[in-house]
Design a protein around this ligand. Structure first.
Ligand SMILES: *[C@@H]1O[C@H](CO)[C@@H](O)[C@H](O)[C@H]1NC(C)=O
Ligand SMILES: *[C@@H]1O[C@H](CO)[C@@H](O)[C@H](O)[C@H]1NC(C)=O
Ligand SMILES: *[C@@H]1O[C@H](CO)[C@@H](O)[C@H](O)[C@H]1NC(C)=O
Ligand SMILES: *[C@@H]1O[C@H](CO)[C@@H](O)[C@H](O)[C@H]1NC(C)=O
Ligand SMILES: *[C@@H]1O[C@H](CO)[C@@H](O)[C@H](O)[C@H]1NC(C)=O
Ligand SMILES: *[C@@H]1O[C@H](CO)[C@@H](O)[C@H](O)[C@H]1NC(C)=O
Ligand SMILES: *[C@@H]1O[C@H](CO)[C@@H](O)[C@H](O)[C@H]1NC(C)=O
Length: 812
């Protein structure tokens, strides 16, 4: 037992603990810099430390036996000691625990009362306690560090309020990883009639756990089946607190607030990997952020946009709402009439903020309804305890804040609406009212439609400008320059091997330099397509009209002696795969550049799909087809060729590989059905590859995953998507941006094409903070026990697609 006795110099200390108190007797009177106290089973250690490479000294507690120094508590958070002269001791006059430097008190802890025979002990829970030497009863501790948490919530700790003393135990983040002084992210229990844990950012609520509904916290979906934790909630007239215990007591686990990214993390120590595994981070998604949809809004992460008004409400400022600014929320559509109102039931909800609520634990739901109906400011009610058939009555007054759809742990919620919203038959009076009302709604609806049509015309212009469109299609009668074969041959040194840049989908590509010094890339089409020359030329002219800053520019073509050449602008920085899949070169593409590239590709693709006159589906989007100019701007290449040369897969050129394994959407690979949504799928893969720096095909899987998609999906489901991030960019990246990209990529990878977002949604989602729906299981997801799910369908369809995919797919 690591005990510092400050009263008697017992040999008890001297002999058993000489390794701590290894100098002369007087050392037992205090703890100086360099000395530590270790808990009984050597789990925790108390001593002086400096965070990061700062020289400031703090007294803190950390895990003794793990190689990653992890501080769980700090005493003098705000007042570091600037040298090694700090002393921690119990002042025998006052009984206080004091940390001093050169006789100046830096920090002190004041016990409930002065002990007669005080002992300072570090428990195996990580709790530092001051107690009487022969009284180990936790109730009698005179002071304990668990009452003054830092940023870390340990098993066995109580967060919440002691109603007798007023002590409110809250977590407070560090300012940053080098500065333990209190930051502006805090976590504690908000004491209302129906208490709930809340995370605050500054003075504003940032996340709510939802109240305890008898089984679990209403807003924390996995609380009940957490693999490592048992969550607890306790409430009586003396105290209200939350806590948790470990299911397996021999594990190490903690929850910690991190202000750098405004999240609360749960971690568990993985001994084999010698690191902390992140289990869950809160808030989890857009809808988890407090008041995501504003007052009286309802957030459903499965929808896009995720916000809608609760029944009986309409957006306060429709203009802003439609531009996806939900912060103003919703207001009642019509004046509530109190007695004639009714209630609509929502199931599976995270109930509103309980700040303005009222609770009775014994009332029935029927009485609750009655009581709510009779109080005109009661806007919603439900059973606060869901056990059995539910019991008690909770009512909400005023605006309903921070409501979301919550599948797991969700509760019923009855919301007050005017009679007209109920849809049942009623008196003649309100029927007339309804008719008149709906006529008004219709008229105003028409006006709205007119308004928005005009508006969206205007907006579309802006939107197009935002997307970076050149004023394409103005030069309608553009003539495609025809190059001379000898000129090209000399520019490319007669298509010499030395000038070969690579092999594209339709033939080799050479670098060339024209007489005037202009550098070009020449694609030598290697197919003897049955197409006539004029047809070919027409197609190429069409492709040449596709002009966008994120598409490689076609300069011209050359049709001579059976040669068909396409001449493009030359891209000095090769293609994206050259960078992202290479450890060294990957470092050159830090996150901001990658993000820029992602947005560029999305815009280019959107242009092909929607905004160009041809509505091109690329069909072979991959890292190798994204070229980079001298400023690392991405330019999509090889577009439009599939249209010309790919033709219908079931005819003729079955040996032509259109599409590349690893990028093909399931419906395309299996049935040969392609649509803009198959490009979206390929874009999803590309996005994952850019974030992870790993190829989807030939992916080496850390967790036995079959491919990158499955790996990403697994980490996503386990709420630790950030582990996907390429090590090269981890330092440069903006975590919320990366997380968003991963989220978008999973949406793009959904199994069913119609579930995937269109490229215009992708552009919108990546460029703003729009709420994202939850992704569903991706396509080509091949689970552990069903890794041949697709092979049977696959074989049937194989004649229409290239053979390559089949073998690769089955390989494991
Ligand atoms: C103990 O506290 C008293 C009152 O603050 C102070 O006068 C005294 O110097 C302190 N003793 C030590 C050893 O610091
Ligand atoms: C300690 O404090 C005294 C009085 O404030 C001062 O004279 C002395 O220089 C200080 N010693 C150190 C090592 O800082
Ligand atoms: C917060 O998270 C960031 C990024 O994961 C990490 O670098 C930093 O050390 C964390 N801060 C604290 C105080 O743990
Ligand atoms: C929180 O603190 C950080 C730095 O200490 C500051 O940049 C940020 O603006 C603060 N946020 C709020 C909401 O006060
Ligand atoms: C608890 O965790 C330890 C360490 O990981 C492990 O060895 C042990 O088998 C676990 N016990 C149970 C009951 O799961
Ligand atoms: C709760 O409701 C029951 C039944 O209506 C009533 O008897 C009881 O006094 C109420 N309790 C409180 C605290 O209001
Ligand atoms: C409605 O309930 C609130 C909160 O309990 C109360 O303050 C108010 O007086 C009630 N109003 C009526 C009309 O009963």
């Amino acid at each position: 037992m690591a005990v510092l006795s400050f009263m008697l110099m017992s040999f008890y200390l001297l002999f058993s603990y000489s390794k701590i108190l290894n100098a002369d007797d007087t050392l037992s009177q205090y703890l100086s810099d360099g000395m530590t106290i270790i808990s009984k089973t050597e789990t925790f250690e108390l001593g002086f430390f400096s965070p990061g490479n700062s020289n400031n000294r703090y007294v803190g507690i950390w895990y003794k036996n793990i190689p990653v120094k992890t501080i769980v508590w700090v005493a003098n958070r705000e007042k570091p000691i600037n040298d090694l002269s700090g002393l921690l001791m119990i002042n025998s006059t006052t009984g206080n625990l004091v940390l001093s430097q050169n006789k100046t008190v830096v920090w002190s802890a004041i016990p409930k009362r002065k002990a007669q025979n005080p002992v300072l002990q570090l428990l195996d829970t990580g709790n530092l306690v001051l107690r009487e030497v022969n009284d180990e009863n936790a109730e009698d501790f005179l002071w304990q560090s668990f009452d003054y948490p830092s940023d870390t919530f340990l098993p066995g700790m109580k967060l919440g309020k002691d109603l007798r003393t007023g002590l409110d135990r809250r977590l407070t983040s560090w300012k940053n990883q080098y500065d333990p002084s209190p930051g502006n992210l805090t976590w504690g229990v908000s004491i209302t009639s129906y208490p709930e844990a809340v995370m605050w950012l500054g003075s504003k609520k940032y996340y709510r756990s939802g109240p305890w509904n008898g089984v679990q916290y209403n807003g924390k979906p996995i609380a009940q089946r957490h693999p490592y934790y048992n969550f607890q909630y306790f409430e009586d007239k003396n105290e209200v607190y939350e806590g948790y215990q470990l299911i397996n007591k021999s594990l190490l686990a903690r929850m910690v607030l991190n202000q750098t990214i405004n999240l609360r993390y749960q971690y568990v120590w993985i001994e084999e990997k010698k690191n902390w595994r992140m289990l869950v981070s809160l808030p989890r998604d857009f809808c988890d952020t407090y008041g995501a949809c504003g007052p009286n809004g309802n957030c459903d992460s499965k929808k896009l946009p995720s916000c809608e008004c609760l029944k009986g409400y309409q957006s306060k400022y429709p203009g802003r709402w439609n531009l996806l600014d939900f912060s103003d929320g919703c207001v009642t559509k019509e004046k509530l009439n109190c007695q004639t109102d009714g209630f609509v039931k929502y199931g599976d909800m995270k109930v509103p903020d309980t700040e303005y609520s009222w609770l009775n634990k014994t009332m029935t739901l029927e009485n609750c309804r009655e009581k709510c109906l009779n109080n005109c400011s009661c806007m919603a009610y439900t059973n606060p305890d869901v056990r059995g058939d539910g019991s008690g009555c909770v009512m909400w007054f005023g605006d309903l804040n921070d409501v979301r759809v919550q599948q797991d742990g969700g509760m019923d919620l009855y919301i007050r609406v005017p009679a007209s919203e109920l849809g049942s038959t009623g008196g003649l009076k309100w029927k007339i009212g309804l008719i008149v009302g709906s006529a008004i709604i219709k008229i105003s609806g028409m006006l709205l439609v007119i308004y928005y049509t005009c508006r969206s015309r205007i907006n579309q212009k802006k939107y197009r400008a935002m997307l970076g469109h050149t004023s394409e299609e103005q030069k309608d009668d553009l003539e495609l320059p025809l190059f001379d074969l000898p000129k090209i041959a000399s520019a490319t040194d007669n298509f010499s091997i030395g000038n070969k840049l690579g092999e594209g989908g339709f033939g080799p590509v050479y670098k060339g330099t024209l007489d005037d010094g202009q550098e070009i890339a020449v694609k030598r089409l290697s197919l003897s397509s049955g197409q006539g020359l004029n047809e070919f030329k027409n197609e190429v002219i069409l492709i040449a009209k596709l002009q966008h800053r994120n598409l490689v520019k076609l300069l011209g073509c050359c049709i001579q002696n059976k040669e068909k050449l396409l001449i493009y602008e030359y891209m000095p920085n090769k293609s994206l795969d050259f960078f992202i899949f290479d450890q060294t070169r990957g470092k050159l593409l830090e996150w901001s550049k990658r993000f820029h590239i992602i947005c560029g590709i999305a815009r280019g693709l959107l242009y092909l799909h929607q905004d160009s006159r041809l509505r091109i589906i690329h069909r072979d989007l991959k890292a190798g087809n994204v070229l980079l100019d001298s400023k690392m701007n991405p330019k999509i290449s090889d577009f439009g060729l599939a249209r010309t040369f790919g033709g219908d897969q079931s005819v003729a050129n079955t040996d032509r590989v259109v599409g590349t394994y690893g990028y093909m959407a399931p419906e395309y690979a299996i049935e040969g059905n392609f649509s803009a949504k198959s490009d979206v799928f390929s874009f999803g893969i590309l996005l994952l590859e850019i974030v992870t720096g790993k190829r989807n095909s030939g992916f080496y899987c850390p967790d036995d995953s079959f491919n990158l998609i499955e790996y990403a999906w697994t980490l996503w489901r386990e709420e630790r998507p950030l582990e996907l991030i390429d090590e090269c960019i981890i330092e440069s990246c903006n975590l919320s941006e990366v997380r968003r990209c991963i989220h978008i990529s999973l949406l793009c990878l959904e199994q069913h094409p119609h579930d995937r977002p269109s490229m215009s949604s992708v552009v919108l989602m990546s460029g703003s903070d729009v709420a994202l729906p939850q992704p569903q299981q991706p396509g080509f997801f091949i689970g552990e026990h069903s890794h041949i799910v697709y092979s049977s369908t696959f074989n049937k369809a194989s004649p229409s697609i290239n053979g390559l995919s089949i073998t690769v797919l089955k390989a494991r």
